[in-house]
Design a protein around this ligand. Structure first.
Ligand SMILES: Cc1cc2nc3c(=O)[nH]c(=O)nc-3n(C[C@H](O)[C@H](O)[C@H](O)COP(=O)(O)OP(=O)(O)OC[C@H]3O[C@@H](n4cnc5c(N)ncnc54)[C@H](O)[C@@H]3O)c2cc1C
Length: 146
C-alpha cells in the first residue's frame, strides 16, 4: 500500500469509481453544470437553461445508478421530447424506476435484482452471464450477429 503495508490476497477488485469527463461541453455549458461536471437536467431531460438541448446518459445529474440500461430510457424520453418540441406537443418526463441490476460473475454465475426483487443466480447466469446481452445490441442495431 502507499504506507508500505503488504496484503496477501486471492483476488483484487479495482473499484476506482467513475468520473465525468466534461471536456466536450464544459466551456459552452459551464452555467448548466453541477459541481461534479454533470449536466443539470430537468424532468424532461432538458439541459438547465435551454429548452432545445437535451442530455442523456452518464453525463446527466439524474440521481440514479449510471447504467447503459438507464441511458436507454433517457434516450427514449429525449427523442420523444425533441419530436414533441417540434410538433408543439406536451413534453414527456423521465421517471427513475426501482433499481434493476444484473451482474455477471463469469459465464455461469451472477447476481441481480429487478424492480427491487432479488433474482435467482441461475436466472441471471442464464439471462445475462452467458453472452452479456450482446444479442440485444445486434438486434437494436438491426444487424445479424455473425
Ligand atoms: C466496468 C463497467 C461495467 C459496466 N456494466 C454495465 C452493465 O452491465 N449494464 C449497464 O447498463 N451499464 C453498465 N455500465 C455503465 C455503462 O457503461 C454506462 O452507464 C454507459 O456506457 C453510459 O453511456 P453514455 O453514452 O452516457 O456514456 P459513455 O458510454 O461513457 O460514452 C461517452 C462517449 O463520449 C466520448 N467522449 C468523451 N469526451 C469526448 C470529447 N471531448 N470528444 C469526443 N468524444 C468524447 C467517450 O470516449 C465515450 O465514448 C458499466 C460501466 C463500467 C465502467
Amino acid at each position: 500500500t502507499d504506507h508500505g503495508e503488504t496484503l496477501v490476497t486471492d483476488l483484487i477488485i479495482c473499484c476506482t469509481g467513475l468520473k465525468i469527463n466534461s471536456a466536450a461541453y464544459s466551456a459552452t455549458f459551464n452555467d448548466s453544470m453541477a459541481e461534479n461536471g454533470a449536466l443539470k437536467v430537468n424532468g424532461h431531460l432538458q439541459v438547465d437553461g435551454f429548452s432545445n438541448i437535451f442530455a442523456v446518459g452518464d453525463c446527466t445529474n439524474v440521481n440514479e445508478p449510471k447504467t447503459a440500461y438507464n441511458a436507454g430510457f433517457h434516450a427514449a424520453v429525449a427523442v420523444a421530447n425533441i419530436a414533441n418540441s417540434v410538433s408543439g406537443k406536451e413534453l414527456t418526463s423521465y421517471q427513475t424506476g426501482n433499481v434493476t441490476m444484473l451482474l455477471a460473475m463469469g459465464h455461469d454465475d451472477g447476481v441481480g435484482q429487478y424492480n427491487g426483487f432479488r433474482l435467482p443466480r441461475w436466472f441471471v447466469a442464464w439471462g445475462k452471464s452467458r453472452d452479456v446481452l450482446v444479442w440485444k445490441s445486434w438486434k437494436e442495431m438491426k444487424q445479424k450477429q455473425p
